[in-house]
Design a binder for this molecule. Structure first.
Ligand SMILES: C[S@@+](CC[C@H](N)C(=O)[O-])C[C@H]1O[C@@H](n2cnc3c(N)ncnc32)[C@H](O)[C@@H]1O
Length: 240
């Protein structure tokens, strides 16, 4: 497949691609069978990189999740199709980029909100992914869910890469009160500073069973899962 067939409007992923291979290689043999999950694909910058580098083994698989629709994300993507609400055009670009990249038969895409999509994977895919890339929403409450659910989907010893670990959005910085910490309590919620992404990610990772090992800490964070997650069964309704 030729890289010339890939159409993109940005170069976000290229920043990661400069340091990631040398950082990840000591921890992950890219030729092994790999089960990979990506949250947030946009037009497939990171997706197509993972396809080229993580899917060599015939049994390797990549699952990706994205809404490809307006989520009122606090980040402005600066993409003409996104800003004019033409999300299907971005989805078509994603599909075309994936079809024109190696190992496309090993990719499955789920269009939907990440919280619902990740939760729906839990009953069958708990603790089954070797590598998870989280690059979806930039809203702390959603990042919190993405990281919590992804963590349960990650194998013990598996690696999670979190984009935008140090992202500070305009809305957050513009609205933050000067004394960012207002004492908690129900009445204070409206005056409290919005949680930033760093705090959302830290609060999940500091409280997961078994903890994590930090492998890289910069604008992106890369961690290894140390403990086991409890197996989750599909919910069942009890007859009362
Ligand atoms: C920064 S872009 C991803 C960029 C991509 N990983 C790359 O390297 O080119 C973030 C993506 O997350 C998606 N997204 C935002 N909120 C989401 C949510 N709640 N559920 C699923 N996808 C979401 C957006 O539609 C967007 O395509």
């Amino acid at each position: 497949m030729s890289a010339a067939k890939i159409t993109r409007s940005n170069s976000w992923w290229e920043l990661s691609a400069t340091w990631l291979p040398s950082t990840i290689l000591p921890h992950l043999s890219l030729l092994d069978r790999r089960n990979v999950l990506e949250v947030g694909s946009f037009e497939g910058g990171s997706t197509t990189w993972f396809m080229r580098h993580f899917l060599a083994h015939e049994e390797s698989r990549l699952t990706v999740v994205d809404t490809w629709q307006d989520t009122r994300d606090p980040e402005c993507y600066g993409d003409e199709d996104y800003s004019t609400g033409n999300f299907d055009a971005v989805l078509q670009r994603f599909l075309s980029n994936v079809r024109n990249s190696p190992n496309s038969e090993k990719v499955r895409a789920i269009r939907g909100d990440s919280a619902s999509a990740l939760a729906s994977l839990l009953p069958t895919a708990s603790s089954s992914f070797d590598f998870i890339y989280v690059d979806g929403s930039h809203r702390a409450s959603e990042v919190f869910l993405d990281v919590s659910l992804s963590f349960r989907l990650l194998k013990r010893g598996g690696i999670m890469l979190l984009d935008d670990y140090k992202w500070v959005g305009e809305r957050q910085s513009g609205q933050r009160p000067s004394d960012a910490r207002v004492e908690g309590g129900c009445g204070a919620i409206s005056q409290m500073a919005e949680l930033d992404i760093t705090a959302a990610i830290d609060s999940v990772l500091a409280s997961v069973p078994g903890g994590v090992e930090v492998l890289h800490c910069g604008y992106q964070l890369m961690v290894r899962k140390l403990g086991e997650s409890v197996d989750v069964k599909a919910p069942e309704q009890l007859i009362i």
